[in-house]
Structures are given as C-alpha cells and as structure tokens.
Write a protein that binds this ligand. Structure first.
Ligand SMILES: [Zn+2]
Ligand SMILES: [Zn+2]
Length: 133
C-alpha cells in the first residue's frame, strides 16, 4: 500500500518519512529532487520550521499548518507526480534483490544506460528526458 503522491509530499514537507516507502525508491528520489529544485531544505524541516514560509511550528503541527499552503503543496505534488509517472514508465530493473540495476528504456543507446543507484536513474530521466521535453 502507498499513500497517494500528494499525501506523501505533504508528509515529507512535515518531516515525516516512512520505512515502508523504501519499496518506492523511485518516488522517494523524485521527491528529494523536486524539493531541492524548489529550494526546500529538509534538514530545516526536521528542526521544526515550515519549509514554505519558514515559521517555527511544532513538528506534529506542521501537517495541519501546511493546509495554509495548499496551493504550493498541490503544485509541488503535481510536479512530483508527473516525474514519478515518467520514471516508472521508463524504468526497467534487473539483477538480484541486493544488486538491482536500473535501466532507462527511453534511451536507444546500445549498450543500454544502466544505473546502480535509483537516484542516478531519476536524475538521468529528469535531466535528459523531462526537462528538455
Ligand atoms: Zn508555512
Ligand atoms: Zn534515458
């Protein structure tokens, strides 16, 4: 089971991340990339600052506080969703459980472009196939 993308973004903005999202490494990596792009500093969130307006808030209050930033949250989540879906549609993995390789099916190069880390795969899809399109 996974939270929908918007809820996941909201929880991450409030400093929460869940162990079970490890299954969704691609989503995780996309959120990290998009946060960086929007200048969202996750280390600040952990110390209780709203990543959007900078106000100090109790950690658990941040989820509620973020309702004030509904528009920004929606915008960030829609960007995440677009990239996440693109990444998922062009991703092919192979290898044993602990040695998975990520392959981009959009690249026609031979041999195929392979990535050891999901972060590198996501970065590749965004910079080569997303931002240029
Ligand atoms: Zn705020
Ligand atoms: Zn590619």
């Amino acid at each position: 089971m996974i939270l929908d993308v918007k809820s996941y973004v909201r929880y991450r903005l409030a400093g929460f991340d869940f162990g079970w999202t490890k299954r969704y490494k691609v989503l995780r990596a996309v959120v990290t990339y998009v946060f960086k792009k929007f200048g969202i500093d996750e280390s600040k969130i952990k110390s209780g600052y709203c990543p959007i307006c900078g106000r100090k808030t109790k950690r658990f209050g941040l989820i509620r506080h973020l309702r004030r930033h509904e528009e920004e949250v929606n915008y960030i989540a829609s960007e995440v969703r677009k990239i996440y879906e693109l990444c998922r549609s062009v991703l092919k993995t192979y290898g044993s459980r602990d040695k998975i390789r990520y392959v981009c099916t959009l690249c026609n190069s031979n041999p195929k472009v392979k990535f050891k880390k999901v972060e590198d795969f996501v970065y590749h899809v965004i910079t080569v196939h997303y931002e240029k399109s």
